[in-house]
Design a binder for this molecule. Sequence first.
Ligand code: ADP
Ligand code: MG
Length: 227
Amino acid sequence: MLQAFGVVKHYGETVALHSVTLAVLAGESLAVMGPSGCGKSTLLQILSGITRPDSGDVLYSGPAGGQNLGALDDDARAALRARDFGFVFQQGLLLSELTAAENVAVPLMLTGTSSRDAVARAGQLLAQVGLGGLDARRLGQLSGGQAQRVAIARAIASDARVVFADEPTGALDSRTATEVLELLLVHTAGQQRALVIVTHDESVAARCGRIIRMSDGRVVSDVQVAS
Ligand code: ADP
Ligand code: MG
């Protein structure tokens, strides 16, 4: 679904990614591990078209055929992200002044669903991720685990083919972390979907199908997890 070829990214003097070549296959759940500063978040941002690499290519194969993310302008990448990708990050991206239902409804409204239908659908999705009855709660008034579930409900709402999660369980207790991970795995199971999840937690990584480890901007290990 995604292929990075020789991706390089610098921030000033810092080389965040050296020359990363990596394929994410349809149906895969891929854990990205490695010490702080090794380039995990940068890799996620480049694979998802948030950031452009300095050199190298990222190819995405979606329903509209193959696309080179580096060749798309900012608007086209934003449209592609809204249509095909979902994001579950530790902070940001959700709008703290909006309610849980409104946060989930946003991607639906962006693709033309009426606000009334979108909010109704959001209520169903919130119930599905275990947040029934919290539709009207502002994001700022939810716990970390609840906010992560809202982000997952939003990814499901937009029917994201690839979900990118950056340490989604980092701030959660282990039981909530397990539940959040299971929701992510369930949503991304299936042939035309994939999950790319940055985590420091070996037990989270072990639930994924494949683990890559990074060091100093390079992928240094890439193993399939025995299921
Ligand atoms: P990780 O997610 O593995 O902790 P990052 O991808 O966030 O690592 O960062 C990789 C390197 O790039 C680090 O040295 C970090 O300081 C640097 N870096 C990341 N984002 C930026 C940025 N926006 N501006 C400057 N330096 C950055
Ligand atoms: Mg990071």
